[in-house]
Write a protein that binds this ligand. Structure first.
Ligand code: DSN
Length: 449
């Protein structure tokens, strides 16, 4: 049993924070699709003494002494990543997904080069060339979109690639409920001589589990975070495929140099070790069952939501993620639904939808996912119940409308918060959420008073 006594005695503020977060997680449903509950073993490696080490460089080629044990951990992480994904090269040092993607730019592009990625409101990531990101400002970014049916517009990608001849094309997303079209975008990248980088952060665990197609035959480079469906600690990997090595035999070396010394200093060795543990866990047969169940649960939840009259972008899901389209209830109403869901203990995030009629801060969608609730052991029966609870929460707040006048929004939101805090219906749903959570405990090894 882990009791965190030292922390309790040393720092009551941080101890209290962890206790509060533990209670929040135990009594609520984590349904942000980029979150999960990693294992006790992963957290033991992450909380280990390896955090005290400096090891700039790579295994066997460090700028500091005393790395004989850190080298073992880093080599284990590399070999496990290579075996799991079927690639000849892996770099396990990126601090997180955005630095990993920046390293890809640094390895392949010069400022001003043309790059292409999926537009943010269409489900793409900031680092795939969105205008607010350095990647949309230091490079000439061309953004592609989804069609009205919610699927990536392959014809548009082809047309834009032919017109703009990009150096690098990204495939990958943060809010895309359908299978990623690696083969189609690989063909387009090849036809214009571009590199294809697949950012599989959201679906890495599904790929490993065999329930999402793999980018390996089609992409030159693959990046992924390690903490979403892959269920590891925060962190990231960059992998180079055989196809990438054939296009440029120096690609692995360029990627390694871009990470260190290009963008980062010392790797976070505790994080590397925890990634190694997570990759080992992901190689076990039970992880395949877990990945398959994530998708079954997402499909069951999509069916339950649809039966309860909720509209989904693209009409459903192929992966772990769903995107609720709230436009039948008004524009920019994600904030009301997110906050009402928070109140009942269901954590999601407001999100833009394709052709967003409002704004990224007041978007018209809700993004949710099934990775963490599947880790707790929930299955299709629980998804039916959760789908009905979502519909009830949405119905409770559907009358609220975001004021057009920005100056009125703060006051309106305060009134909304005061009103929903007294809602008996929401209080009833919170009771149902807590009863459900008590049947599926998380972090049983933690005992924090
Ligand atoms: N913040 C991640 C997500 O929620 O999908 C992407 O960076």
């Amino acid at each position: 049993m882990e009791r965190l006594e030292s922390l309790r005695d040393d720092d009551p503020v941080i101890y209290g924070t962890i206790r509060g977060e533990l209670n929040r997680r135990r009594t609520g449903l984590e349904m942000i699709p980029s979150e999960n509950h990693c294992s006790h073993a992963v957290r033991q490696a992450l909380g280990s003494i390896l955090t005290d080490k400096y090891s700039e460089g790579y295994a066997g080629k460090r700028y500091y002494g005393g790395n004989e044990f850190v080298d073992v951990a880093e080599r284990a992480a590399i070999e496990r990543a290579k075996a799991l994904f079927g690639v000849p090269h892996a770099n396990v040092q990126p601090y997180s997904g955005s630095p990993a993607n920046l390293a890809v730019y640094f390895a392949l592009c010069k400022p001003g080069d043309v790059i292409m990625g999926q537009s943010l409101p269409d489900g793409g990531h900031l680092t795939h060339g969105w205008k607010a990101s350095v990647t949309g400002q230091f490079f000439k970014s061309v953004q592609y979109h989804v069609r009205p049916d919610g699927y990536i517009d392959i014809d548009e990608v082809k047309k834009l690639a032919e017109e703009n001849r990009p150096k690098l094309i990204w495939v990958g997303a943060t809010a895309y409920p359908r299978g990623l079209p690696f083969e189609e975008l690989g063909g387009i990248a090849d036809s214009v001589g571009a590199y294809l980088a697949a950012d599989i952060s959201h679906v890495a665990g599904l790929i490993v589990g065999g329930v999402h197609r793999s980018p390996v035959p089609y992409a030159h480079i693959i990046t992924t975070t390690t903490h979403k469906t892959l269920r590891g600690p925060r962190g990231a990997l960059i992998m180079v495929t055989e196809k990438g090595m054939q296009k440029d035999p120096d690609l692995a070396d360029k990627v390694d140099k871009a990470v260190f010394p290009g963008l980062q200093g010392g790797p976070h060795d505790h994080q590397t070790a925890a990634i190694a543990v997570a990759l080992l866990e992901a190689s076990r047969p039970e992880f395949k069952e877990y990945a398959a169940q994530i998708v079954k649960n997402a499909k069951a939840l999509a069916a339950a939501l649809t039966e309860n009259g909720i509209r989904l972008v693209s009409g459903g899901t192929d992966n772990h993620l769903l995107l609720i389209d709230l436009t039948p209830f008004g524009k920019g109403n994600g904030v009301f639904v997110q906050e009402a869901l928070d109140q009942v203990g269901i954590t999601t995030n407001k999100n833009t939808i394709p052709n967003e009629p409002a704004s990224p801060f007041y978007p018209s969608g809700i993004r949710l996912g099934t990775a963490a609730i599947t880790t707790r052991g929930m299955r299709e029966g629980e998804m039916k119940l959760i789908g009905r609870m979502f519909a009830d929460v949405i119905s409770e707040v559907k009358g609220y409308q975001l004021p057009e006048d920005k100056k009125q929004r703060g006051e309106y939101l305060n009134k909304f918060r005061a009103e929903i805090s007294g809602s008996k219906r929401l209080a009833g749903i919170k009771g149902e959420v807590m009863a459900l959570c008590s049947r599926f405990p998380v972090y049983p090894e933690l005992e924090v008073e």
